[in-house]
Design a protein. Structure first.
Length: 281
């Protein structure tokens, strides 16, 4: 006969079921966003190509013969037009919704977002009705700390990659612009390269300065390292927890320290989200 579980264990199992549902919905939302991105990219590629060819012919009319480029663009355009219904068929095909196979719709992601909000609210109501001891809640909080560290590091890595990409554009574009501008007799077609690279450098510098990707990455990595240091210290009983014989007191101090670090990170994030103030003339 199976052994009956305690109310606390059943409550934790119920919370885990809510977490599973939330994770599944977030995964479905990411898939829906990917489907929408593929559709928008495919359907906008042909008009974009036509617009580029049109603007290119107007800008170089009477100076450069773009007949070869126009002829080469025709099969590309036809291919893109053929891909549109094909991509729509595979992207908007049947999707698994639990145990039911449902037809994917354009508002599929919106419906999943609504379900996600409801699932999060159900978890909150369920957690509020569970009568767990404070020490148990702190133990659960400590065990969820590695996931928080991973989130901070993942976000920091993403911002760092974006910053490095923009910095690469700035460096390469600056060198290309300087080299092209230094040529005394630059042919007319190549002057557009100078214009394009100058615009790319300015755009990359503007985005980097406004969104502060490097600062965001630095603060996220700093917070992740500080939380990991506290997590290792409380588990190994080193640092501020060295010689502590009261596990409950050490766990309380650990929870307070981690919450302080998270609050500091939120404040820094709010400061970075503020627009840069320009001095009044």
């Amino acid at each position: 006969m199976p052994q009956s579980t305690s109310p606390a264990e059943r409550a934790v199992e119920e919370l885990l079921q809510h977490d599973k549902k939330i994770l599944e919905l977030r995964y479905e939302i990411r898939r829906a966003r990917l489907r929408r991105f593929i559709l928008v990219s495919t359907y906008s590629s042909a008009p974009t190509l036509l617009l580029l060819l049109f603007l290119g012919n107007i800008a170089t009319w009477g100076h450069v013969d773009l007949a070869r480029i126009n002829i080469a663009g025709i099969p590309v355009l036809i291919t893109l037009l053929i891909l549109c219904p094909v991509v729509r068929y595979f992207s908007c095909g049947e999707v698994f919704d639990g145990n039911v196979i449902a037809k994917w719709e354009p508002d599929y992601g919106i419906k999943k977002k609504i379900e996600l909000e409801l699932a999060i609210e159900k978890k909150r109501l369920s957690a509020a009705s569970i009568d767990l001891s404070t020490e148990t809640r702190r133990h659960i909080y400590r065990e969820t700390t590695p996931a928080a560290i991973e989130r901070y590091r993942t976000s920091g890595l993403r911002y760092r990659r974006v910053h490095n990409a923009f910095q690469s554009v700035i460096i390469i574009g600056s060198l290309t612009t300087s080299t092209a501008a230094s040529l005394a007799e630059t042919p007319a077609p190549y002057k557009w390269i100078t214009v394009g690279t100058s615009f790319s450098v300015g755009l990359a510098a503007g985005f980097t300065g406004y969104f502060k990707f490097r600062e965001r990455s630095f603060y996220l990595q700093q917070t992740a390292d500080a939380i990991e240091e506290e997590y290792d210290a409380v588990n190994l009983k080193v640092g501020r927890y060295k010689g502590s014989t009261d596990d409950a007191a050490a766990l309380l101090e650990f929870t307070e320290r981690v919450e302080t670090l998270k609050n500091d990170q939120r404040k820094r994030q709010q400061q970075l989200d503020q627009p840069t103030e320009t001095p009044e003339g």
